[in-house]
Unconditional design. Sequence first.
Length: 504
Amino acid sequence: MEKRVRVRFAPSPTGGLHMGGVRTALFNYLFAKRHGGDFILRIEDTDQTRFVEGAEEYIVNALKWCGISPNEGVGFGDGPHKPYRQSERKELGIYKKYADKLIASGHAYYAFDSNEELEEMRKRMEAAKVVAPQYNNVTRQNMRNSLTLPEDEVKRLLDANTPHVIRLKVPRNEEIRFEDIIRGWVIVNSNQIDDKVLLKSDGMPTYHLAHIVDDIEMQISHAVRGEEWLPSAPAHVLIYRYLGLEAEMPKLAHLPLILNPDGNGKISKREARFPVFPLSWKDPREAEPFIGYKESGYYPEAFVNILALLGWNPGDNKEIMSLTEMASLFDFDRVNKAGAKFDPDKAKWFNQQYLRMQSDESLASEFKLVLESKGIKRDNEFILQFCKLVKEKVQFTKEFWNEGVYVFEAPVSFDEKVMTKKWNPTNKELFTKVYQRFKNLDIWTAVVLHDDFTVAQTELGKIDMQMLRVIISGVAGGPQLFDLLALIGKEETIKRMDHFLQTH
RNA sequence: GGCCCGUUCGUCUAGGGGUCAGGACACGUCCCUUUCACGGAUGAAACACGGGUUCGAUUCCCGUACGGGCUACCA
């Protein structure tokens, strides 16, 4: 019988969760939903030196904003496998138990080497022209561990609480193979793998041990993570094997990385000219916060949609999809192997698509907030009409402002090109007459204005619409002119014309 | 350096032994609109290279090149 699908997102709280991490969480979530399984959030805080204040809370908030909430785990209500924080699980002694089991079966050993001794070994190896020195089946023979030290000496050191780690005893020249769901068979010779530390001298497990123990204990069916874990996967297979748990080992899926748009490599928060965090992230060690997608004006649905299509596609040409839709379509056989460069332009386009799907009312209430932040108060109907007029010109709500400042504030400058080309005494005379006609209009709607304008042209000759637009708005382009005039209102329109004619 | 993973338009990608190699973003042109945008139409734009296998390879295999990842008592 197939195992129930249980997947986990297991970040370490060493900083803000960036978009790559969110994408990993997203694929886990989609896979779980697709198969009616569970999605778990586990916090891998086994490195106390890298702990960052606020990071865990950030991870939880970011997932919530994205709408990809786990149904079990830290910040989302405990489940049957609590606790979900590895530092707390360590207190339960579960990692030690598994490490001891490996010691007992001879697949792990104690190592007493100090940092200095490790450093010396590396230097020696480098002197011998070894580029990447490893603690492995060859070098361990010259180090201080339970494989080289006499038994009673080991016992004495242990009894004296000498600082030590537990290392995995990786066999010599063995072929290790495993099948990755995305990449197929991967084969590595064990000589390439170092004797990984399983339990650190502070008693904490390393990632290698901890995630395996937890995946087993939490009955995880699929371990879905970034490609950066691929090189250590063979070591993980060995650990499962030596624990006698190879049959229960989760299936592995290594996701392609999200790459920088220009140049190459993983996205870096420092160089990027686009947000890399879902929400603004203020690192306690940094002076300036990193602005997030949320604060940049992205809809969470758009953000998540963009991320999903970085490395996955539904097989047809569909691009705009809700989380539910994606979840019904998702599978690993449609996940790419190659890394994907992030395209900030396309991200904006995605947001534009979602903006258009919003109702005018909801856009208006969003934009009302922007106006209020600028100290401008208008009634809801006015804002609604304004939004209707300019919505198809913007990709973000905040752009409503730039797109139509002149609706709220009379222009102080006038498009130079249009002015030099079109403003002349003849036009001044003409627009003075237009001004008079406008003044005498009793009803001020787009339709009436349009009709009156048609009549006016038969009497006065051709009237340049763009010139009128510049007089009213200062800029050369914008929404339908009569709609615009109707929105601005008679009083304000003639006031602006009057002022313009006086000063030009 | 070693090991692992990868390589279709500039970017995200579809496809997969015989296709005019399809779509999307961005870009160009035209239409619509007395403007801008939206929309519509259209254009330019790709199978990294070299060997096999095959009647036929972009597709399968092997090399090469290039890119990425890993190479900690970090995850």
